[in-house]
Design a protein around this ligand. Structure first.
Ligand code: SF4
Ligand SMILES: [Zn+2]
Length: 411
């Protein structure tokens, strides 16, 4: 089966589930207050502010199988929602002490005085003209810059974007925002997910060619003169633990070589998504805590204990924490005790960047009997071939079950 056909099936399922989700939402309105995630729930060890705006336009096209961003506030005009992003910015600045400075400790040990680091997230892409048209984008960035100057703060801001939106920036906009971005010390984080085409474009269904990703990185560096980063996704449907581990390893090495900041994301299941459907029908084994442990051991072999060499997103996801995540689900092999040690280790590691501390926290898990079970499970996977066949079989299954699945979870 051709990749093209598998992508078509994935998009059909995703679109169906997103429309079903949108129909289940009763209230649609523009919001004046953004989400504010604490250090523990963010993409790194800093606060993350998430604007409540229009949905990511790619989600409407059916891309990105694990993504749960499909709230479509159709009843409100786009203009109102765009304007609400400015109101949300005013809210952040008015409540800056409470939201960004005091909510959690932001001053990490070796930051220069007054450096305030946080992430600014749109629904999908900060540079999408559908989500935030250029004039609003500029207004928002200027507000942050003015505030930082008035208050004598130096900011370091992480902003999420789609590669295509960076490529599509006009020369005029690039000229207008480059200085602002630089004064705000912006790092632009792109969704890459994996360097493997089958993983990225068929299983994750990203709709992104690797050379477009590289083109966007070049624009970020050369034209916008910003730092760059990329999301990596661990735990996709149909892939087994060995495939996942090898995939992450290669993607981490690729990013490290190019000095692109990796942001590691661990799957957690959202309702109305393809992986959740497959999980409910016992066709998806979530990434095992031991595989996540192996990824961390690999990271410790290629990275030093240096802060901001990588970011690790909240491994559980939320708030509120989902009922099913990698450390709590019926498919995992690591026992609750070992799972908790790994989870605790990651929570500390993403803040203190000490692999030694991580090893102390997870001490002896490899001697526990559940690890033997995990190893024999890995051995049983060695003979498993033809990932594409497994993908096809899961997609055909999901196509048949999608209506029943929606009914099942709507109660
Ligand atoms: S680009 Fe991001 S927000 Fe949009 S569908 Fe993909 S993962 Fe979701
Ligand atoms: Zn155990």
């Amino acid at each position: 089966m051709k990749n093209r056909e598998l992508i078509k099936k994935t998009k059909e399922i995703n679109r169906f589930l997103r429309i079903a989700y949108a129909k289940s939402i009763k209230k649609r309105k523009a919001f004046n207050i953004p989400f504010c995630r604490s250090i523990k729930e963010s993409i790194g060890a800093f606060i993350e502010v998430i604007y409540k705006g229009l949905p990511c336009p790619y989600s409407l096209k059916g891309t990105c199988a694990p993504c749960g961003y499909s709230n479509i506030p159709v009843a409100v005009s786009k203009e109102k929602i765009w304007q609400s992003l400015v109101t949300q910015t005013d809210y952040i600045l008015k409540n800056f002490e409470k939201l960004i400075l005091k909510k959690d400790k932001v001053d990490l040990p070796h930051d220069p005085k007054n450096l305030v680091r946080f992430a600014l997230s749109p629904t999908g892409s900060f540079f999408s003209n559908f989500e935030i048209p250029p004039k609003y984008r500029k207004e928002i960035l200027e507000k942050f810059l003015r505030f930082s100057k008035e208050r004598n703060f130096e900011f370091e801001i992480f902003i999420e974007a789609r590669a295509e939106d960076i490529i599509n920036l006009t020369e005029r906009e690039k000229r207008e925002i480059t200085n602002i971005l630089n004064e705000l010390n912006v790092t632009i984080l792109l969704g890459l997910e994996s360097i493997n085409d089958l993983t990225r474009n068929v299983i994750y269904c990203k709709d992104l060619e690797l050379n477009d990703f590289e083109k966007a990185i070049e624009i970020i560096r050369k034209d916008l003169k910003c730092k760059s980063g990329a999301f990596i996704f661990a735990g996709l449907h149909s892939m087994n633990e060995i495939e996942t581990f090898n995939d992450i390893k290669k993607t981490l090495l690729y990013l490290k070589k190019r000095k692109i900041l990796p942001v590691i994301m661990i799957e957690n299941l959202k309702s109305f998504t393809l992986p959740h459907l497959l999980y409910l029908y016992e066709r998806h084994k979530m990434i095992d805590p031991f595989t996540i442990h192996k990824i961390i051991l690999f990271m410790s072999s290629i990275f030093e204990n240096k802060k901001l060499e990588w970011l690790f997103a909240d491994p559980v996801g939320g708030p509120p924490a989902p009922k099913v995540h990698a450390f709590k689900n019926r498919t995992k092999i690591a026992c609750p005790k070992c799972s908790n040690k790994i989870l605790k280790g990651i929570r500390n590691l993403r803040e203190n960047y000490s692999f030694n501390e991580y090893l102390k926290t997870t001490n002896a898990i490899e001697n526990h009997k559940c690890f033997l079970k995990y190893e024999s499970y890995l051995n049983s996977l060695k003979s498993q071939k033809n990932l594409k066949e497994r993908v096809k079989s899961n997609l055909d299954f999901a196509l048949k079950k999608k209506v029943e699945y929606v009914k099942k979870i709507s109660f």
